[in-house]
Design a protein around this ligand. Structure first.
Ligand code: NAG
Ligand code: NAG
Ligand code: NAG
Ligand code: NAG
Ligand code: NAG
Ligand code: NAG
Length: 592
């Protein structure tokens, strides 16, 4: 019985695979519940857009007055002249270390330790200030490899694997291939699984990150898990807490203050993980803030994303004997510009190659993913761009040992790359990695009997009848094609576009500081689906004042027009929305 089922499955899968090969190119995925059209990396329509040079500048900085190696900080006397120090007897530097004992709202600095030539380093996060004639003439920050002592006492058992999650902000599957081809081929050569039908749940980071981190929807999180902007970790566990309970050494870090809930909109009540980079990132931004961007690419002459990669690598070197769960989020380069990730390709390959050479990847499940694709700029004015926005990167690399030990689980996940999947599924998958004995063949067989339609570990077969509404993807963000798009006639085109603007103005009604918007241009309107009682349209319009470009999905029933999901903003609002705090309203508001 057992054998015949397996043989049958393999046969059916083989046929499916042939079909997939034949249809690849035409379709991204094609299942009963969801068909996503196929695109190649570079098509005629986007050729010019993706060929534009990266916007991110190179990092340069004035000569450093203090320098450091791994154990000491010293004054670079050769640089002292360029700082106009004419009375060396009044010159000294000051070593302070800092930490966040409770959370990022309470960063505490030590007393100043004076030095004039060299000082030994004894802390992880250090600030140096140098004085001349009692005035601060130089400030700098240094990050050292003094990771908190490893307190977990469960070392690696045969069954457990490390989990290393590397987030790359605003990165679609295809943009990863376009901008980071070396990294992509490093992973491909090692048999990475690339998920084609990974669809975002909501517009920006949080609606996609919270489901991954908690297993709950963003709506639920906002209602139940957050009080006065403080996240209640006792009510809603975050995934790293679960790993910590199981004896993993946990780590969290981002190269930006906005990354991974870092005090952007939600304060974590206490330091979340055993190793935590954010206090450092938080303090350095005071110095390296670039006024033009929300995100700051450079820490002096070093890219912030490299600070992050170095941090991860050092942790990995310390933790060779311990179970490790780490989640890290790059944001400073890829958030702002479609083509800037080119800059990072070489460093990511080098980083992964080092982990590979250290045999670290032999014990580690590596997950490289994003929250959504690029949400603004020229690319989202194209159909391909709007699809890519909805289809973020999700790559998972398993070590050989894992594949051998959990054969059926690996067999399943390999075939789920052509299914419709969401961040909820990653959460479930992480829970399985937490309890590896749930992955034994017998358990997986058991669990495969009653597959869940909406939320499922990727280690069990995902149903082909899944569709966007069954997995909780908002209509507007659904990449599955629903019938043919038909360009609608002039009158309906204008009506749909006008109604989109009416709906946006309704959202702004309570905010008297925002201008009422008027329709200034209609890019396109499509009739997506209809029956006798209702019609679904998508419309892309420009409004004034402010020149905002918006894309929305509208439902027209017999008596009224409604918005489905969120209206997306396709260009930057920059400083036009400074008069409102609410992140959702900022998208639409043009301040009076
Ligand atoms: C940035 O650095 C790269 C590599 O060193 C160089 O090729 C490029 O011309 C530089 N770009 C600018 C704008 O200076
Ligand atoms: C770091 O610099 C200090 C002071 O210059 C020196 O004594 C020490 O040997 C250096 N350490 C390394 C690892 O280079
Ligand atoms: C370490 O081991 C001891 C006894 O073996 C146990 O009581 C304790 O809970 C463990 N600590 C952690 C952090 O796992
Ligand atoms: C989505 O799937 C559910 C459950 O299978 C089904 O009831 C619903 O009709 C489907 N929706 C669409 C739009 O096909
Ligand atoms: C998934 O389905 C279960 C049972 O039908 C339901 O309770 C749950 O709310 C659904 N979750 C999502 C995210 O739609
Ligand atoms: C917004 O920025 C632009 C240019 O960066 C500047 O000219 C303008 O005055 C700013 N507007 C406000 C309201 O700060």
């Amino acid at each position: 019985m057992y054998f015949s089922t397996v043989v049958c499955c393999i046969l059916v899968t083989a046929i499916k695979e042939v079909l997939t090969i034949i249809t690849s190119g035409l379709f991204t995925i094609r299942t009963e519940g969801c068909t996503i059209p196929g695109f190649s990396k570079v098509t005629e329509r986007i050729k010019m857009i993706v060929a534009a040079p990266p916007l991110t500048r190179n990092c340069t900085a004035p000569e450093k007055l203090v320098r450091a190696n791994t154990s000491h900080i010293w004054v670079a006397h050769e640089a002292i002249d360029s700082y106009n120090v004419f009375r060396e007897d009044t010159f000294y530097c000051c070593y302070k270390h800092f930490s966040a004992p409770i959370n990022l709202n309470n960063i505490v600095y030590s007393e100043c330790k004076e030095f004039v030539t060299v000082i030994k380093v004894e802390h992880e996060f250090v600030q140096i200030e140098c004085y001349h004639l009692d005035e601060v003439i130089y400030t700098d920050f240094f990050l050292f490899d003094f990771h908190k002592e490893i307190t977990t006492n469960s070392s690696h058992s045969q069954e457990s694997f490390n989990v290393l999650i590397l987030g790359i902000e605003s990165m679609s599957r295809l943009n990863f291939h376009r901008t980071m081809p070396k990294t992509a081929s490093f992973l491909k050569e090692r048999g990475v699984l690339e998920f084609h039908g990974y669809n975002k749940l909501g517009d920006n980071s949080l609606p996609n990150l919270f489901p991954l981190l908690t297993g709950f929807s963003y709506k639920y999180v906002k209602k139940i898990c957050v009080q006065n902007s403080i996240f209640n970790v006792d009510k809603c566990a975050l995934i790293w807490d679960k790993f910590k309970e199981k004896g993993f050494h946990t780590a969290l870090g981002s190269d930006s203050i906005a990354g991974l809930l870092g005090n952007y909109e939600y304060t974590l009540p206490r330091i979340p993980t055993d190793s935590y980079l954010q206090p450092f990132i938080f303090e350095t931004r005071k110095l390296f803030r670039n006024q033009q961007y929300n995100f700051h690419p450079c820490m002096g002459s070093k890219y912030f994303y490299k600070v992050l990669l170095d941090y991860i690598y050092e942790l990995a070197q310390h933790l060779t004997l311990h179970k490790f769960f780490g989640i890290f989020w790059e944001e400073s380069i890829s958030h702002e510009d479609l083509n800037s990730p080119h800059i990072m390709d070489e460093s990511y390959v080098n980083f992964l190659t080092k982990l590979h050479k250290d045999n670290y990847l032999d014990r580690t499940v590596l997950i490289i993913l994003s929250d959504h694709g690029m949400r603004w700029g020229k690319i989202v004015e194209t159909e391909q761009g709007r699809l890519e926005e909805r289809l973020p990167l999700l790559n998972i690399l398993f070590p050989e040992q894992f594949k051998q030990r959990y054969k059926l689980a690996f067999y399943n996940i390999k075939h789920n790359v052509h299914r419709l999947t969401t961040p909820y599924d990653i959460h479930e998958t992480l829970l399985d990695l937490l309890n590896p004995n749930s992955l034994d063949d017998s358990k997986i067989k058991e669990r495969s009997r009653a597959p869940s339609l909406n939320k499922s570990s990727l280690f069990v077969p995902i149903s082909a009848i899944r569709n966007c509404s069954s997995v909780g993807i908002e209509e507007h963000w659904c990449a599955c094609r629903r019938g043919e798009k038909i360009k609608v006639g002039n009158k309906m085109k204008t009506m749909a576009a006008t109604n989109l603007v009416v709906q946006i103005n309704k959202l702004l009604k309570k905010y008297s500081q925002c201008h009422k918007l008027i329709l200034s241009y209609i890019y396109d309107v499509y009739l997506v689906e209809h029956n006798g009682n209702w019609r679904i349209y998508t419309a892309m319009v420009k409004t004034e004042p402010g020149g905002g470009i918006f894309d929305g999905t509208l439902i027209q029933d017999t008596s009224r027009w409604l918005i489905s999901g969120t209206v997306s903003r396709l260009n930057l609002y920059r400083n036009h929305s400074d008069c409102v705090e609410n992140e959702d309203i900022k998208l639409y508001c043009y301040c009076c």
